[in-house]
Design a protein around this ligand. Structure first.
Ligand code: GAP
Length: 672
């Protein structure tokens, strides 16, 4: 069967997710709410498994990482310190007609004819009295203005004070057609018309792109709608001009209207804490879970008796008012993150203690952590640990991609950042035709920026004391001390000046920080592997999705869907089924098997429909194994098969018999 097209695959995935209860649109009965998604029974299990696996592998299986569960709403100063209040923004452009916004970096290039209308006149007119006659007709106004502007305004442009009106008057003058109204009648009404013209000129302008071959009327229609919305009933368009453009990113993809200038749009969702909705009470729904870890760094370190290097992990909700939520759950407004902040010693401290900083290759796992690892080794270590995690839940390395941020992409404080990508059905291809992938997780080496910021904003100490450093420092020769102090001083000075601290104070503070090394004091650096739960769920669903066409003996075809989840993440681990539901002995045995397994895993008991249909239902849910209780289980064919079940494997339909007594030992290693 030919491979279905990418967007077709996504459509099928979305449809299966709804049909089988993985993912629903939030508030669907009210038409949904853009950027919000609910997880149904299977999705909720899948998500829970993923979060537990992350927590288990990042924390419980390690000595050097502990957990945190912080609140979603925190002191607003946290977001000042982190930079989110001032800089967590997307550059947006707005369609002046529909007010719809698009991210400035996501406007698709378009080609066609651009028609521009620098203004319009209101055509609803008050009566003009000309020579004792009341003239209300629309043409009259238009023609009157033609004449007025041409014959009179041309001579008195200099007298118009308002710059906007003057600009438009000049433009209108330049674009006027032949006048019709008698030239002699008009000068009398000049004053009257001047004020009317001023009031009726719309200072807004609009440009509309129409694809080549489409009539100009569609542009006019759009422009008329625009002026009508700007309180210009039945507008008369002024000064139409047309120009051909190619691959322009200045027009809204739906309306064709020229977009506004790009403006920053903060992505944090805000609320008020307490009964008074005033500026002092503004608080934010956290846009990342990471900041709570920095804010609680000292408390966690002191209470968990951890020493640097060590990490703090957190799983939880985050909120971003994404301007264009898209690609199903990929970019949502409410989502979950799994973040680790792994605190390490600065390289100068490692060098003081270990003599030198280890160098590791830029690719491949560097092995077990070593005392002489600096930020580069730790960063590489976490990239590879995270890839191993993905491999361990069924995402083969070939389904992943990597993007190492360029110096231009990196934040000023960051040393490196590697994004782990997954090749989603909607991911774009590069020039060579290879699918690039979209971000699942970013692993950033963030220097000491975050702790330093919270130290500055809270006035609290965020540094640590390390006796090993104090002792080692005392043994260094003067040249080494001075070289390390100088490097530390320069790094601190760079940070402080970048953050706007006045030069004199920055130098003083950086000097004090560098002097702290001798006393065993420093501010830890951090490596941050930050993953999105929902993106990972989508990746697992896309990776698991498979369809085949099955044709029966009569030539009737149907599509068979199988969700090939790794048993570790599969929402249901095993389906337990009596062969027939009207045989009480089979049912009783099946329930016994279900109850044996239930304390250890999510089991689905199913007794309705043919066994083939029941297998197919479990295949769609992604259940890796089914256990069927049949007459052999009851020992009807002989004692050797008594108390065994048929295990049917989802991916290849293979069947084997396993003793009920061995079932748990057989299953548990496969699903953990
Ligand atoms: N603390 C660092 C941080 O939050 P990020 O790259 O903005 O970094 C980390 O987010 C991860 O969170 C991303 O790799 C992605 O998996 C997930 N994520 C971010 N924005 C998201 C959104 N709007 N919808 C779903 N997941 C998102």
């Amino acid at each position: 069967m030919a491979e279905p097209k990418e967007n077709v695959v996504m459509e099928k995935i979305v449809s299966l997710c709804k049909r089988r209860g993985f993912i629903f649109q939030s508030s669907e009965i009210y038409g949904g709410i853009n950027g919000f998604w609910d997880y149904g029974p299977l999705g909720a299990e899948l998500k829970r498994n993923v979060k537990e696996l992350w927590w288990n592998s990042m924390m419980r299986q390690r000595e050097d990482v502990v957990g945190l569960e912080a609140t979603i709403i925190m002191h607003p100063q946290i977001w000042k310190a982190s930079g989110h209040v001032d800089t967590f923004a997307d550059l947006m452009r707005e369609c002046p007609l529909t007010k719809k916004r698009v991210r400035a970096d996501q406007v698709e290039p378009q080609s066609g004819m651009v028609y521009s209308y620098p203004g319009a006149l209101k055509s609803t007119i008050d009566p003009y009295v000309v020579g004792g006659e009341v003239l209300m007709n629309y043409d009259f106004e238009k023609e009157a203005l033609n004449l007025f502007l041409k014959e009179t305004l041309a001579g008195s442009l200099a007298e118009i004070k308002d710059e906007e009106i003057k600009k438009y008057a000049e433009m209108v003058l330049k674009n006027l057609g032949p006048d019709i109204v008698s030239q002699t009648a008009f000068p009398k009404f000049v004053d009257q018309i001047v004020s009317r013209v001023a009031a009726r000129l719309n200072p807004n302008k609009i440009s509309v792109l129409v694809p080549l071959g489409k009539p100009v009327e569609s542009a006019r229609k759009t422009a008329v709608q625009y002026f009508e919305k700007s309180d210009f009933p039945s507008p008369i368009l002024l000064g139409e001009s047309g120009v051909k453009v190619e691959n322009s990113i200045d027009f809204h993809p739906e309306s064709g209207v020229m977009l506004s200038e790009a403006r920053p749009f903060n992505l944090m969702l805000q609320t008020w804490v307490g009964p008074i909705q005033s500026d002092e009470n503004i608080a934010y729904l956290r846009p990342e879970t990471a900041q709570a870890i920095f804010a609680q760094f000292k408390n966690v370190m002191d209470t968990s008796r951890q020493k640097v290097p060590f990490g703090i992990g957190q799983v939880g909700k985050a909120f971003r008012n994404e301007v264009t939520p898209r690609n199903y759950t990929f970019r949502s407004r409410e989502f979950e993150q799994m973040e680790l902040e792994f605190f390490i010693k600065p390289d100068e401290v490692i060098e003081a203690i270990s003599g030198s900083v280890a160098t590791v290759p830029e690719t491949g796992h560097p092995g077990e952590p070593q005392a002489n690892w600096g930020w580069q080794a730790w960063h590489q270590y976490w990239v590879e640990e995270r890839v191993r995690f993905y491999e361990g839940i069924g995402l083969d390395r070939s389904t992943l991609g990597f993007h190492r941020q360029t110096p231009a992409e990196l934040a000023h404080y960051a040393r490196a950042c590697v994004d782990i990508l997954f090749k989603f059905p909607f991911s774009k291809k590069d020039e060579q035709g290879n699918v690039v992938g979209d971000e699942l997780e970013g692993i950033a080496a963030r220097s000491d920026f975050d702790l330093s910021q919270h130290a500055r904003f809270s006035g609290k100490q965020m540094g640590v004391f390390d006796d090993e450093l104090r002792v080692a420092w005392g043994k260094l020769d003067e040249a080494k001390k001075s070289a390390l102090s100088k490097r530390y001083y320069e790094a601190r000075l760079k940070y402080l000046t970048k953050c706007g601290v006045a030069q004199e104070k920055a130098e003083k503070d950086a000097k004090a920080d560098a002097e702290g090394l001798a006393k065993g004091q420093y501010i830890p650096h951090v490596i941050e592997p930050s993953a999105g739960v929902d993106r990972l769920i989508l990746a697992l669903i896309a990776n698991a999705y498979s369809e085949t066409v099955k044709t029966d003996d009569k030539g009737k075809s149907e599509i068979i869907y199988v969700m090939k989840f790794h048993p570790r993440v599969a929402p249901i681990k095993i389906g337990v089924m009596p062969l027939l539901k009207n045989k009480p002995e089979l049912v009783a045995k099946a329930i016994e098997v279900r109850d044996l397994l239930r304390p250890w895993m999510n089991v689905f008991y199913d007794e309705t429909g043919s066994i083939g249909k029941r297998y197919a239902r479990q295949d769609e849910a992604g259940t890796p194994f089914c256990a069927t209780i049949d007459f052999d289980t009851l020992g009807e064919k002989g004692p050797e098969l008594k108390d065994t079940v048929t295990i049917r494997h989802r991916d290849d339909g293979r069947q084997e018999r396993i003793a009920i007594a061995d079932l748990l030992n057989w299953l548990v290693p496969k699903i953990r």
